[in-house]
Write a protein that binds this ligand. Structure first.
Ligand code: NAP
Length: 254
């Protein structure tokens, strides 16, 4: 029996991903920051779904969720889908966006790593807004530096928030916290890939512009179409790619 956990799965792309995995016979954990919303979402998916409270912005939440899920032998897929796109651009927006979209995925992944199955897929739900061309050439170079470490990436992101707080020159970062959070998430994907035991994979996926609360009603894609690439990455077999960035199951430029 395959097990998956999807963050931010009470609605939108996360919910659709959880629903699709359950329809394929997976046991899915619908993780949400609002326990009641997650419970209702899992109930609507059916017997293959259960829920857990997991606010990815809360540093203690992943360990608490793991303790609650002690009976799950191992996770075959971890889908880091939870994300926000906040209005405006100031230090508070920058800090909250980074903390949810980038650090949230990092803290959930780090907490769940010991509970991943030997052939698990980790999926980072990213965005075309995270493409490297959104940052200056100098910053791009720093992000692609072969000697980049997790600590250096964390410092880079911290530097962005500090520059916004100081109302300073942004040092090559765009005036868009969402974009920076996804650039950082992609960099984390590249760092994590070679660090995983052989057999496990991590890939970043752009779902395209999707009609969810975040994407809005004018978006070009249905939630089913958007989720299909996420489900693909969550269900790759051992021969599948590791450390890539995909849209519609096809590689795209970092
Ligand atoms: P959505 O409908 O707004 O759903 C976002 C989900 O994330 C909700 O379940 C929300 O929970 C959850 N969330 C937010 N902050 C959280 C936190 N701190 N802890 C746990 N869950 C949290 O948006 P969506 O379009 O489905 O977005 C899903 C992912 O796709 C995001 O990572 C987004 O960046 C990415 N994406 C979307 C599009 C698009 O066009 N829609 C394009 C590219 C990438 P609540 O219900 O509690 O708020």
């Amino acid at each position: 029996m395959a097990h998956a956990l999807v963050t931010g799965a009470n609605r939108g792309l996360g919910f659709e991903t959880a629903k699709e995995l359950a329809s394929r016979g997976w046991d899915v954990v619908v993780a949400g920051r609002d326990a009641e919303a997650a419970r209702k979402a899992a109930e609507s998916i059916g017997a293959r779904a259960r829920s857990v409270r997991l606010d990815v912005a809360d540093p203690d939440a992943p360990a608490a969720a793991l303790a609650e899920l002690a009976d799950v032998p191992a996770f075959d897929a971890l889908v880091n889908n939870a994300g926000v796109s906040l209005d405006g651009f100031d230090a508070d927006v920058a800090a909250r966006t980074i903390d949810t979209n980038f650090r949230g995925a990092v803290r959930v992944t780090e907490a769940f790593r010991p509970r991943l199955s030997p052939r698990a897929n980790v999926v980072m739900v990213s965005s075309g807004m995270g493409e490297l061309r959104k940052v200056s050439p100098a910053l791009r170079k720093r992000l692609l530096e072969p000697l980049l470490t997790f600590e250096m990436l964390d410092e880079l992101v911290e530097e962005f928030v500090a520059r916004v707080r100081a109302d300073d020159d942004l040092g090559g970062f765009p005036r868009n916290a969402y974009s920076v959070s996804k650039v950082a998430l992609n960099a984390y994907t590249r760092l994590l890939a070679p660090d995983l035991p052989s057999g496990q994979r991590v890939n970043a996926v752009c779902p395209g512009w999707v009609r969810t609360r975040m994407g809005g009603s004018a978006a070009s894609r249905t939630v089913e179409k958007g989720a299909s690439g996420i489900v693909w990455a969550a269900t790759l077999d051992e021969g599948g790619p590791n450390g890539g960035f995909f849209r519609d199951s096809k590689p795209i430029e970092w």
